[in-house]
Design a protein. Structure first.
Length: 261
């Protein structure tokens, strides 16, 4: 089933939430009113769209897709530039078994830095970027996330992952517990630009996997809750580019799900 984001730049090329001609950083506005730009909030629709789209997508999937309303398991969020390992779904089911032993785990992550090649280890720790690739969680966690939506939508940072980090930091315990694979099963193809050789090394490792759950032979366990390290705090202030009230209100609108199934 395909879902279509109704507030894309393609559908709104000359109006909010696309590129509004009255936006401070629009070309026409810069030429016409350059001397007043310092007094106006700058907005780049191509940047704000990503954060809007991620929030809308999660909202729509969990709240408005009838076919999966009775599904209680996690959903994996993937993007068009993601490269997945051939054992992703198998390891997904393996990871679900951790919930039987650690009920406090709320999210799964199948992404992360390309710095460890150990296909068999799982880590339990507080979630933070860069473990936003291949993020997975269920409806129970989503409802908790949604109840803190203002900490996502009003946080002045155009990154959805840093906004989620800020949101999780406002949970009662100050973080959300994650189970992640020490070797990522979801890669970002943009990594090819920064380290083509390492990307090829990982892909080569994927091709030699023995995809059976028995290969998952260890979980890092330190402390009473199985948390490897203490939570990293999200910066109190975001990196900006999200100070337009229209973006914040659109994000907060729980009914912004008019789309096509």
């Amino acid at each position: 089933m395909q879902i279509f984001y109704p507030y894309s730049l393609q559908l709104h090329p000359n109006e909010f939430p696309g590129v509004d001609p009255n936006d401070c950083n629009s070309y026409k506005r810069r030429i016409k009113n350059a001397q007043k730009l310092s007094h106006c909030a700058k907005r780049d629709a191509s940047i704000t769209e990503h954060k809007q789209h991620w929030w809308w997508k999660a909202n729509f999937v969990f709240e408005h897709v009838r076919l999966i309303r009775k599904h209680t398991g996690p959903f994996i969020f993937l993007e068009e530039n993601n490269y997945v390992a051939p054992d992703l779904l198998i390891m997904f089911h393996c990871a679900l078994e951790t919930f039987n032993y650690f009920s406090h785990i709320e999210v799964l992550s199948f992404g992360g830095p390309l710095n460890v090649i150990n296909m068999n280890l799982l880590s339990v720790e507080p979630w933070r970027p860069p473990f936003d690739l291949g993020l997975a969680f269920n409806k129970t966690t989503w409802r908790k996330i949604f109840s803190y939506s203002s900490h996502y939508c009003m946080f002045d940072d155009s990154s959805w992952s840093y906004s989620m980090w800020n949101l999780f930091g406002n949970f009662p315990k100050g973080y959300v517990t994650m189970a992640r694979f020490m070797t990522p099963r979801v890669l970002n193809t943009k990594e090819i630009v920064h380290s083509e050789q390492k990307f090829k090394e990982y892909v080569g490792g994927f091709n030699t996997l023995n995809v059976f759950c028995k290969k998952l032979k260890a979980v890092f366990l330190f402390g009473p809750e199985g948390v490897v390290e203490r939570a990293h705090k999200c910066p109190p202030k975001g990196d900006g580019a999200w100070n337009d009230l229209r973006d914040q209100l659109l994000c907060l609108d729980p009914l912004m799900s008019t789309t096509t199934e």
